[in-house]
Each structure stands twice: as structure tokens, then as C-alpha cells.
Design a protein around this ligand. Structure first.
Ligand code: SF4
Length: 570
């Protein structure tokens, strides 16, 4: 390369761990020297970014100038041109010390890049654990040990073209125009806030109104923005779109995939109103063709363009469809879903859409129906996410037609595996590229050699539990997680949150339970403008109406055209 002019944009990817740096730097120079300068500048920048927290742009530039000056180059990243002459031992000493410094620098860089848990993640976990209320600090708690919880967007595309009963969005939501630049800007602000104040990595839901009303390019850009802030995004949709939308989302203008993998939550159930071809139905089975078609689009995308996917099936549970849960799971578990998530309905959002007694939905009854569909007991106590009254999860896999939990909750040896997993692997970034993940796992194993006998024992017991190693050859193994997430009623959330804001706990058992659950919330939404992260229940029950009203003024729907021609004369 004779000339090198490189712009490293804010989305510059760290060459080692895939994290993103946070500003623009320009380097212009000659030949191999310029390449070296570029590498050193990027690496230093990323080094500061990943090991010492988010440094400000002036701080980083200053550091780069200092470092390049130490290597004999003037500030700004440019090194003086060599005259071509050798000036004896002085130059050689300089070259030796420069190379030594480079070797030491790279050794340090590799050491930091392969440390099992990013220091920023470690301190985020410690902070999260400290903030949790005592009643959820159980051995199975994953918040503050494995991760920091889920995140979701709000006020980024409130509008939806369905009229579900119930609907968690405030009645003002549908007065807000879908606007790509608004979505991308707000998503960026919220994700940047999460990244800055919470943790470098997390799962985040691209959620609000109906995501497929966004232009596919805007949708793709929003996902890209989320990833640039270390978020693993999942798009939440009713799934009523065509294959062409999915293809345009997944492929760039050049026809090449812009994502290696997409994550979607497809919400399909009988509480929804407005689906094309079947606007309303009481039969979950009648919606199976839609589930099949939707999942089929993702399989087609993988086949035609190699874009992999993770699909969750979401379902609102109401008194009218709770007993149809088993059938949905049994009929649809082989369509390509990796998760079935059920949300018992709550009195929240648009009150015009409340049409049943949602308080009658007993969580144990809902979970029993999920177990009936899975054909197995689902041990949700093994891993807890926040408060059990909010979340129940069972992690496992199907071997053929039988679902198995990843751990046997009745075997103390498996519980020891769980404890070791949370203690040793907590905070590890499993989505890191293999060349980083592998050395990180090796370093965990060297630091905790008991991982090996624990792991080997677990594999042997699991194989025995599922019927022997030959099952792996005979049966298809499909990972499958079952989840129940119970949003809370707005009438309970409002007083509970008011009291919490004043540092008080309610004597009323129902409000107190709501407060305890809010304190252990695992699903946060960011408000950069106030510097706060609030539970999604608070967002929907308290903040959404005013936020959507403000947005409806900022992004009003297009004015209706005056009637013309024949219509006007009639
Ligand atoms: S407080 Fe609400 S949003 Fe948070 S985990 Fe519980 S049900 Fe979910």
C-alpha cells in the first residue's frame, strides 16, 4: 500500500474483541509506517475504551499524541519520514526500544483482551447485585451474576396497525407518525445511555409499536446502532409482513447480507386483532398457518441468503386462551422457535382495550399449562431472573419429542454445577468471536480447575438422563426455553412507584409486592434526558401517555387529504 488515508468512524470495530470505539480520528501517511501508525492508534484507542472505561475524545486524542510522540512522531499521528540513512547505534537503540515497547504493548493488549470478563462488565455486575433487594439474592439469581437484565426501547416508533385486546400501549401511541430518522436517533440515545451507565453488553429489545412499519433500511440501521453499543437486539413484531420485507431488512442495497443473524420475537395469539386474512379469531389453532408462514420466511432467508436467526414465540395469555397454551406448544415447537414466552395479560395501557378479568389469571395455572404443552416439568427455580413473581424461565432442549432441562434440579451435583457456572462464568461475553472466547474459556479453566471434573460429570449425567449418547445420533436436539413474564397492573404500579420515589414501602401487601418486584426489575428502559433507567412496568403504566402525547405533537400523523372528485360531490 503506497498511500493510506483512513477514516475510523464512530462505529470502528475493535480488532481484538469486536467492541466499538466512540469517535472519529483521521490518520494520513505513507506506506508501512502509516499502516503501523494506524494500527497503533486504533489499538490504543480501543485499549483505552475496553480497559479503562469510556474515555472522552480529547482524552483519547491526547493519549494517542503522547504515545506517538514517544515513538518519535509528532502529535497528530504522523511520523517523520526516514532519510534512508542509518545513523549507527543511536538509531538501532531507538529501533530496539521501539520494538520492545511494541511487543510489551501487544502482550498487554492480548492479556487484557483475553481476560474472561471485561472490567466494566464486572463492576456493572457488582453494582447490579448491590442494588438488588435482599429477597432476590438467592443462589439461583442471575441478575448481577450472569448479566444485568434485559433492556427495551420506548417512544421510538409507538404506532401499531393492530387493535389488540389488551394493548400495553397508551391510546396516544397511534397518533404518532412512524419516522425513521426519529427512531434511529432515539434508539441511539437510549443505547448510548445504557452503554455508558449500565454495562458494555446486554440483550435489548427493539420494541414500541410495530417494528415492521419502519422502512426496512431504517429498521436495519436501528439494529446496527444497537449493536454498535454492544447490545444484542431482538425485534418485536406481530409478524404480519411479507418475505420481501424480511429480505430487504436482511440484505443491503448491494444484495449481500448485512447481518449474519437476526433475532425476532413473533407475537401471535387470539388477543390480537387486525391480522391480514384472519382479523379476529378465538381459536389459537386457526393461527397456526400464520405461525408456520412466519417461521418459514426465516428458514427461507437462511436457505437463500445464509442469514441465521433466533425466533421467540410470544403470546399474551388471557382467560379465554390460557387452556389453549398446550396445543400451541405441541403443534408449533418444531417450526423453528427457540423460545416460547407467555405474558399473562395485565390492566395496563389503553383501557378501552381491556375486555376480561385479568386478575383471575393465576401464575401457577398458566405455568401448568406451559408444562402440559412442553410435556415435562419445567424447573424454573434453577435460574432466577429478578423476582420470581415477574419471571419464570426453564432452560433445556428437546431430544426428539422429549424436553429435558439443562440441569436436574433434584440432583445436588447439578446444583453445584449451576453454582460454579454462575460464579466462574458470570459476566463472560459468550457472543465474542471464537478467537477471543476460546482463550477466555481457557483462562477460566486455568483459574478454576474444578470446572473440568464438574463439567465432565454433568455431561455424563445428562447423557444418562436423556437415554444415553446414542440419543444424540438418533434424535434431533433442539434447544428450547420456556418463559413466563407477568407485567403488573397500572393501578398497582402507580402508587407503588410514587412511594418508592419517596423512599417508602407500603403497608398494603399488594402494593408492597409491586414495590418489591419493581426493585428487582429485570427489564429496564432508558431515559437519558433524566439520567434514569425505569422498569418497563413504570414506562407503560405511568410514563407512556405523556411521552406519546408529546411525540404526537412532534411527529403528527399526515393530515388527511380533503375529499376530491366524486367523493366530494356525493
Ligand atoms: S417489574 Fe414489570 S417490567 Fe420489571 S420484570 Fe417485573 S413485570 Fe417485568
Amino acid at each position: 500500500m503506497s498511500w493510506l488515508t483512513s477514516w475510523i468512524h464512530r462505529s470502528t470495530q475493535d480488532p481484538l474483541d469486536g467492541s466499538k470505539s466512540g469517535f472519529v480520528v483521521a490518520i494520513t501517511g505513507h506506506g508501512p509506517d502509516a499502516l503501523l501508525e494506524l494500527r497503533q492508534a486504533v489499538a490504543r484507542l480501543c485499549f483505552m475504551h475496553t480497559t479503562e472505561g469510556a474515555a472522552s475524545e480529547p482524552e483519547c486524542k491526547k493519549e494517542i499524541d503522547l504515545q506517538t510522540a514517544a515513538l518519535g512522531a509528532p502529535a497528530g499521528g504522523r511520523r517523520p519520514r526516514s532519510s534512508g540513512k542509518r545513523d549507527g547505534s543511536l538509531l538501532e537503540r531507538y529501533a530496539f526500544s521501539r520494538h520492545l515497547r511494541t511487543v510489551v504493548w501487544w502482550a498487554r493488549r492480548v492479556w487484557y483482551a483475553t481476560q474472561p470478563v471485561d472490567p466494566r462488565m464486572r463492576s456493572a455486575l457488582e453494582r447490579r447485585w448491590t442494588e438488588l433487594p435482599d429477597h432476590v439474592k438467592t443462589p439461583s439469581q442471575t441478575l448481577g451474576r450472569m448479566g444485568i437484565g434485559c433492556e427495551g426501547t420506548h417512544g421510538v416508533f409507538p404506532k401499531c396497525n393492530f387493535a389488540c385486546k389488551p394493548c400495553y400501549h397508551s391510546r396516544e401511541a397511534n397518533r404518532v407518525r412512524i419516522d425513521g430518522p426519529h427512531t434511529i436517533a432515539r434508539v441511539g440515545e437510549q443505547m448510548a445511555f445504557f452503554h455508558r451507565t449500565r454495562a458494555p453488553h446486554a440483550h435489548a429489545q427493539l420494541i414500541g409499536g410495530e417494528v415492521s412499519l419502519l422502512d426496512p433500511d431504517d429498521h436495519a440501521e436501528a439494529l446496527g446502532v444497537m449493536r454498535s453499543y454492544g447490545r444484542e437486539p431482538m425485534s418485536f413484531t406481530h409478524g404480519d409482513f411479507d418475505y420481501d420485507y424480511l429480505r430487504r431488512l436482511a440484505l443491503g442495497p448491494d444484495g449481500r447480507p448485512r447481518f449474519r443473524r437476526l433475532s425476532f420475537a413473533l407475537h401471535i395469539d387470539t388477543t390480537m386483532v387486525g391480522r391480514r386474512g384472519i382479523a379476529r379469531t378465538d381459536s389459537e389453532e386457526a393461527l397456526d398457518p400464520n405461525r408456520r408462514e412466519c417461521a418459514g420466511m426465516f428458514r427461507r432467508l437462511r436457505k437463500e441468503h445464509g442469514v441465521r436467526f433466533f425466533l421467540a414465540h410470544n403470546m399474551t395469555v388471557a382467560p379465554a386462551n390460557v387452556d389453549q397454551i398446550p396445543g400451541v406448544i405441541r403443534r408449533c415447537r418444531s417450526l423453528g422457535f427457540g423460545m416460547f414466552s407467555f405474558q399473562p395479560a395485565a390492566y395496563v395501557g389503553d383501557e378501552r382495550r381491556w375486555n376480561a378479568n385479568y386478575r383471575a389469571l393465576d401464575p401457577d395455572r398458566v405455568w401448568e399449562r406451559i408444562e402440559e404443552g412442553a410435556g415435562a416439568r419445567l424447573p424454573f427455580h434453577l435460574f432466577q431472573l429478578g423476582d420470581e413473581r415477574c419471571n419464570r424461565s426453564a432452560f433445556g432442549f428437546y431430544a426428539g419429542n422429549r424436553w429435558h432441562s439443562v440441569l436436574d434440579d433434584t440432583d445436588p451435583r447439578d446444583l453445584a454445577v449451576r453454582d460454579a457456572f454462575l460464579a466462574y462464568f458470570g459476566g463472560l461475553y459468550w457472543k465474542a468471536p471464537l478467537h477471543l472466547l476460546l482463550p477466555r474459556l481457557i483462562r477460566v479453566t486455568i483459574a478454576h480447575p474444578d470446572v473440568l471434573p464438574l463439567g465432565i460429570g454433568w455431561i455424563r449425567r445428562t447423557l444418562r438422563r436423556i437415554g444415553g449418547p446414542t440419543v444424540l445420533l438418533r434424535q434431533r436436539i433442539v434447544p428450547m426455553t420456556f418463559v413466563m413474564h407477568r407485567f403488573m397492573h397500572a393501578a398497582d404500579v402507580k402508587p407503588a412507584w410514587d412511594l418508592l420515589e419517596h423512599g417508602e414501602m407500603s403497608p398494603d401487601p399488594r402494593i408492597r409486592e409491586t414495590q418489591e418486584r419493581l426493585q428487582a426489575c429485570s427489564y429496564g428502559m432508558a431515559h437519558p434526558e433524566t439520567g434514569r433507567i425505569v422498569p418497563a412496568c413504570v414506562q407503560h403504566a405511568i410514563l407512556d401517555p405523556a411521552e406519546n402525547l408529546r411525540l404526537s405533537l412532534e411527529l403528527p400523523l399526515a393530515a388527511r387529504r380533503p375529499p376530491t372528485g366524486r367523493a366530494a360531490s356525493e
